[in-house]
Design a protein around this ligand. Structure first.
Ligand code: C5P
Length: 206
């Protein structure tokens, strides 16, 4: 059983993916962490993010067992990840690992931008989680504050809008709902209500 969750930055898909995976006893992969991990290596080695070949090499050699570094979740890493994720060879290099992960029994939940469209087009359930950009910025602001990052709300909102724009308009795996995805707008739902709504959708589908 594969549950694919896609959606824009800070839409709550990570939280939802984690809760669904715990509920069903499935493994969970936040695929954004893979792109963030490539970005981290690039930044640590002071490699220009515009260097596509270097990004490809980093992706090919990525240590996928090392996705727990709290630095990966920082705002700077999200922005850098959004740049290198536009390079098709980087995406190709990360594909096999994601598909292997998805195939593990008894099931897996993967969240990202292209899970329902590219990584797992045959997923049993495809959810596309969205919310108004102001609401997503508010949630991300709270999350970053909790982590001790001091960033003003307007900066986060701008960052989210820029990333949405880049993720939706790139030629490689642009962010868009799969034709058979169910769209869940969480603008007016808290995490519990979003989880309940998603659970109902998964049960109805499986
Ligand atoms: O979801 P998260 O904010 O961690 O993702 C960081 C960036 O990685 C996104 O802005 C997007 O450009 C990229 N990404 C992607 N495909 C995925 C997951 C993330 O292109 N499946």
């Amino acid at each position: 059983m594969i549950i694919a969750i896609d959606g824009p930055a800070a839409s709550g898909k990570g939280t939802l993916g984690k809760r669904l995976s715990e509920h069903f006893g499935f493994a969970h992969l936040d695929t954004g962490l893979l792109y963030r991990a490539v970005a981290r290596v690039m930044l640590d080695r002071e490699i220009d993010l515009a260097d596509r070949d270097a990004a490809h090499q980093v992706a090919l050699n990525l240590d996928v067992t090392d996705l727990d570094d709290p630095r990966l979740r920082g705002a700077q890493m999200g922005e850098a990840a959004s740049v290198i994720s536009g390079y098709q060879p980087v995406r190709d290099a990360l594909l096999a690992f994601q598909r292997q992960f998805a195939a593990q029994p008894p099931g897996a939940v993967l969240d990202g931008r292209d899970i329902g469209t590219v990584v797992c087009p045959d997923a049993d359930v495809k959810l596309f989680i969205t919310a108004a950009s102001e609401e997503r910025a508010r949630r991300r602001h709270l999350e970053l504050q909790k982590r001790g990052e001091r960033i003003v709300f307007e900066t986060i909102l701008e960052d989210i809008r820029r990333r949405d724009e880049r993720d939706m308009n790139r030629s490689s795996a642009p962010l868009k709902p799969a034709a058979d995805a169910i769209i869940l707008d969480t603008t007016h739902l808290d995490a519990d209500a979003a989880f309940q709504a998603a659970l109902d959708l998964v049960r109805a589908k499986s």
